[in-house]
Design a protein around this ligand. Structure first.
Ligand code: ZN
Length: 494
C-alpha cells in the first residue's frame, strides 16, 4: 500500500514559517505526498486516522555501520532486570515481537535477585526457540533446555558457568545457524529503527558494500532507504559497474541506492590517533604526539579525484582539526563533493571554509556525551572547538546528524537531544554555547526535508507529542505511532 489518505495530522513546523492551527489531511499517491489540506475527500483511498498526532518528515541516520549495529541491537538488553521474573517478562515480550528468532540477551546480574536463574523458569516460556541470556559480567549463561540442546550441553537446572560457558559461548553464533548479520537480522534492525521514526540510513559498514545490500534486498530484507558506501578496496568494482552516488542498486527498488566513497583519513580521540594541530597531553605510546593521517596527501587526493571523476560523493572521516583542514584542502583542490564525517575538533576558519566549499558536516552529537571527559584530559583547552554545531550552522554549513552505531545507539532522538542540550545524562551541559535549537536539530535529521508539503516523498513519521515540545530536556523522545517509507508502512503502533 503506497497510496492512502492520512486524516487529521498536525504538521510539525520544521521550516519555522508557521503551520495550520488545525490538523490537516494528506493524500498519499504512489509513495508521494500528492495533496495537503483540510477535509480532503478519500476518493477510494484507504483512510488512516492520525487522530491529531504530529506529522513530520521521517528521520535519517547519516552514519551507521548496520551490520555491526545488527549484532549489537539484536541482543535483548537485560541490564535493568531486577529479578528472574523481570528477565522472563522481557524475553516473553521479545518473543511476542519476533516469534521465529532465537533470543540472545545480555546484561543480567542475578547476585541481588530474590530468586536464582533456573532453566525451568525459562522452559516455562512457550517457545521452541533457544533462549540464551549472557550475564552482565560475561561469566555465565542462563539457557533454556532448547538452547542447552542446541549447544550440545548436558541438561541441568542452574546456569552454565565459567570454563564450560566460555567454550559454549564461542560456539553460539554457528550453533544458532544465524550469526546475527543475515537478512532476517538486518530486517529486524531496520524494524527497530523504523519504530524510532527512521526512514533512511547511510550505511558505512566496513565490509559488504553494495553487493551485500543487493543480496539483502533479494531476500526481502529491504525496509528503509539505504545509501550504501564503498571503501577504497571496493572502488574499482563500483567504478567498473558504473555505479554513481544516488543510483538505484541493480535489482533493488528506489529505496536502495549507491552512497559515497568512504575514506578514513585519521584515527580517533581515545586511541590518540586523530590527527591534530596541537599534540595530545601525556605520553604518546604510539609515537605520534599529534596523531597521524592514514594516507599521504597524494593518496588522499588521488582517491578524491577518482571518486569525483566517476560520479561518487566522498565521505571523509576526519576527527582531529589537522585532519579536517587537510580534508578541506584536498576537497578544494580536487573539486570533490560530499561530507566530512565527525569533524569533532575544528578550527574556526575551517568551519567557514567548510561552508564555502559546500561540504556537509556529518556529525554524531551523542559522542559528546561519551567523549567530554577524554577531551578535557587529552585535548585540554580545546573543548570549545569540539562538536561545534553552532559555529557550523551560523556559518551556513549543512549539518547532517547521525549515530555512528554501534558506537552510539541508532537513535536519532538521542542525537537531537545531545545537540540541543549538550548532555543527555543529567550532567551539566558541555560548552552550551555550541548548542543548536530543537528545530535546527530536527531539520538536520530529515535529510534536508522541511515541513511536510505536497510533492514530498511519503517518508513520514507520526508521533504522539509535539517534537518541537520540551521532550528533549528529558528523554525519552515522543512515541512513534507510525512510520512510512516511500508510502509503505514501516512501523505502526496506533
Ligand atoms: Zn563510523
Amino acid at each position: 500500500m503506497t497510496s492512502f489518505l492520512l486524516r487529521d495530522a498536525r504538521l510539525v513546523d520544521l521550516d519555522g514559517g508557521g503551520t495550520p492551527d488545525r490538523p490537516v489531511d494528506l493524500r498519499i499517491v504512489d509513495g508521494t505526498v500528492a495533496e495537503v489540506g483540510p477535509g480532503l475527500a478519500a476518493e477510494g483511498l484507504v483512510e488512516v486516522a492520525a487522530d491529531g498526532r504530529w506529522l513530520m518528515p521521517g528521520l535519517w541516520d547519516q552514519h551507521v555501520h548496520l551490520t555491526q549495529w545488527s549484532l549489537t541491537a539484536a541482543r535483548l538488553d537485560l541490564a535493568g532486570a531486577r529479578s528472574a521474573a523481570q528477565a522472563v517478562a522481557a524475553v516473553r515480550e521479545r518473543l511476542a515481537e519476533w516469534p521465529d528468532a532465537p533470543v540472545i540477551g545480555w546484561g543480567h546480574r542475578p547476585t541481588d535477585w530474590p530468586e536464582d536463574p533456573l532453566v525451568s523458569t525459562l522452559d516455562a516460556i512457550d517457545t521452541d526457540q533457544p533462549v540464551v541470556l549472557i550475564a552482565g559480567d560475561g561469566h555465565h549463561g542462563w539457557l533454556n533446555t532448547t538452547a542447552l540442546m542446541t549447544l550440545a550441553l548436558p541438561s541441568r537446572e542452574g546456569v552454565v558457568a565459567e570454563g564450560e560457558w566460555f567454550a559454549a559461548y564461542a560456539r553460539l553464533a554457528t550453533m544458532l545457524g544465524d550469526d546475527g548479520t543475515g537478512p532476517e537480522a538486518v530486517l529486524r534492525t531496520q524494524e527497530l529503527a523504523a519504530a524510532l521514526g527512521v526512514v533512511g540510513v547511510t550505511d558505512l559498514e566496513f565490509a559488504g558494500g553494495p553487493d551485500q545490500w543487493i543480496e539483502r534486498w533479494e531476500a526481502g530484507a529491504g525496509l528503509l532507504r539505504v545509501r550504501v558506501a564503498t571503501y577504497a578496496d571496493g572502488l574499482d568494482d563500483v567504478v567498473e559497474r558504473g555505479l554513481r552516488t544516488g543510483d538505484v542498486l541493480p535489482g533493488c527498488d528506489e529505496r536502495a541506492r549507491m552512497g559515497p566513497l568512504k575514506i578514513i583519513s585519521d584515527g580517533s580521540l581515545n586511541t590518540r590517533t586523530a590527527w591534530c594541530c596541537d599534540p595530545y597531553t601525556g605520553p604518546s605510546p604510539l609515537g605520534f604526539p599529534h596523531g597521524q593521517p592514514n594516507q599521504t596527501p597524494e593518496e588522499l587526493r588521488e582517491l578524491l579525484r577518482r571518486a569525483t571523476a566517476h560520479g561518487l560523493d566522498v565521505a571523509v572521516h576526519a576527527i582531529g582539526d589537522q585532519a579536517v583542514r587537510e580534508a578541506l584542502d584536498a576537497i578544494a583542490e580536487t573539486g570533490a563533493h560530499g561530507s566530512i564525517e565527525h569533524a569533532q575538533l575544528v578550527c574556526r576558519d575551517d568551519v567557514r571554509r567548510m561552508a564555502e566549499l559546500g561540504v556537509t558536516a556529518s556529525v554524531q552529537p551523542a559522542h559528546l556525551v561519551d567523549d567530554r571527559d577524554a577531551t578535557d584530559r587529552l585535548w585540554p583547552g580545546r573543548g570549545h572547538r569540539c562538536f561545534a554545531f553552532r559555529w557550523m550552522l551560523d556559518d551556513g554549513v549543512t549539518l547532517a546528524l547521525g549515530s555512528d552505531a554501534p558506537v552510539a545507539p541508532l537513535d536519532p532522538w538521542r542525537a537531537i537531544a545531545a545537540a540541543v542540550h549538550r548532555t543527555v545524562d543529567g550532567r551539566e551541559p558541555w560548552y552550551a554555547e555550541q548548542a543548536i535549537t530543537l528545530r535546527e536539530a530536527l531539520a538536520a535529521s530529515t535529510d534536508g526535508r522541511g515541513t511536510v508539503a505536497a510533492g514530498d516523498p511519503a517518508d513520514l513519521v507520526l508521533v504522539d507529542q509535539d517534537p518541537l515540545g520540551d521532550w528533549a530536556a528529558r528523554l525519552p523522545a515522543p512515541a512513534v505511532a507510525a512510520t512510512w517509507v516511500a508510502g509503505r508502512p514501516a512501523h505502526a503502533d496506533m
